[in-house]
Ligand binder design. Structure first.
Ligand code: ZN
Length: 251
């Protein structure tokens, strides 16, 4: 027959073991949980070009996969930004209603400084806006985003009759050196012309805005080309050098 005291001791020992095991497991989970959550979180410091780019890419991936978090779109954010703004990126893109930066990058109030015109065309006013966002608001990244099925580039290629100020849009595209080169070497290729137009935007930012050139040379600012696909919602990161070689646009 078993000794009842020994049984009780065994039960106590077992309980202590289970308690220690659970404590250890909970401790391990608490230690590991911040690391597990890291990919879900926004980069801590989006004030560097690389971190800003990584944040945009992560936001677009959430959007594409139906996991948008819609950050910074509440009353609390209104209060946080009522006296100041510190957007981490400048987005230059088309006015096309399908290319909405805060939606496709899953961002909110105060995150992006957005410049939109039909065909993402830029004049001195747009360049001035970029300079303001970089110099005065501290943005460390400028992305120039063209998009598939761009109506402005299509209008330029189709060459039909336009009226009013729309004529200026088509005329501006037709005068871009990149578009002239593409027509010469590749013919009326829509995708090529969309990419050529993005390249022209990069050329303008780098050649016509000395303030920005200085920031780029000091590594404080990056200017990146991107292409938004209206069929998938995905933003593709383009490589400027490859694009220039592909389209004979090394100028
Ligand atoms: Zn467009």
């Amino acid at each position: 027959m078993r000794n009842p005291d020994l049984c009780t001791e065994k039960i106590f020992a077992m309980n202590n073991f289970i308690r220690l095991l659970l404590t250890g497991l909970i401790g391990a989970l608490l230690i590991l949980s911040p690391a597990c959550k890291t990919p879900q979180h926004e980069p801590v410091d989006p004030s560097t070009p690389a971190a800003a780019l990584s944040r945009l890419v992560a936001g677009n991936q959430r959007f594409v996969h139906g996991k948008s978090r819609h950050p910074h779109q509440n009353h609390r954010r209104i209060l946080e930004t009522e006296g100041h703004q510190h957007p981490f990126a400048v987005v230059v893109t088309c006015s096309d209603s399908r290319v909405s930066p805060e939606i496709i990058f899953d961002e909110g109030l105060g995150d992006l400084f957005v410049i939109r015109t039909a065909g993402n065309l830029m004049s001195d006013l747009e360049l001035g806006s970029i300079e303001y966002a970089v110099e005065h608001l501290g943005a460390s990244l400028v992305v120039v985003i063209g998009h598939t099925e761009c109506g402005a580039v299509k209008a330029f290629l189709e060459g039909g009759k336009t009226c009013g100020h729309i004529t200026e849009i088509v005329k501006t595209l037709a005068e871009e050196q990149e578009e002239l080169d593409i027509l010469r070497y590749e013919g009326k290729n829509l995708q090529a012309c969309i990419e050529g137009n993005i390249l022209h935007g990069l050329t303008q930012i780098k050649n016509d805005a000395p303030v920005l050139t200085e920031q780029i040379e000091h590594g404080k600012l990056s200017v990146i080309p991107m292409l938004y696909d209206v069929h998938t919602g995905e933003v593709k990161l383009l490589q400027e050098r490859e694009l220039r070689e592909k389209h004979h646009a090394n100028h």
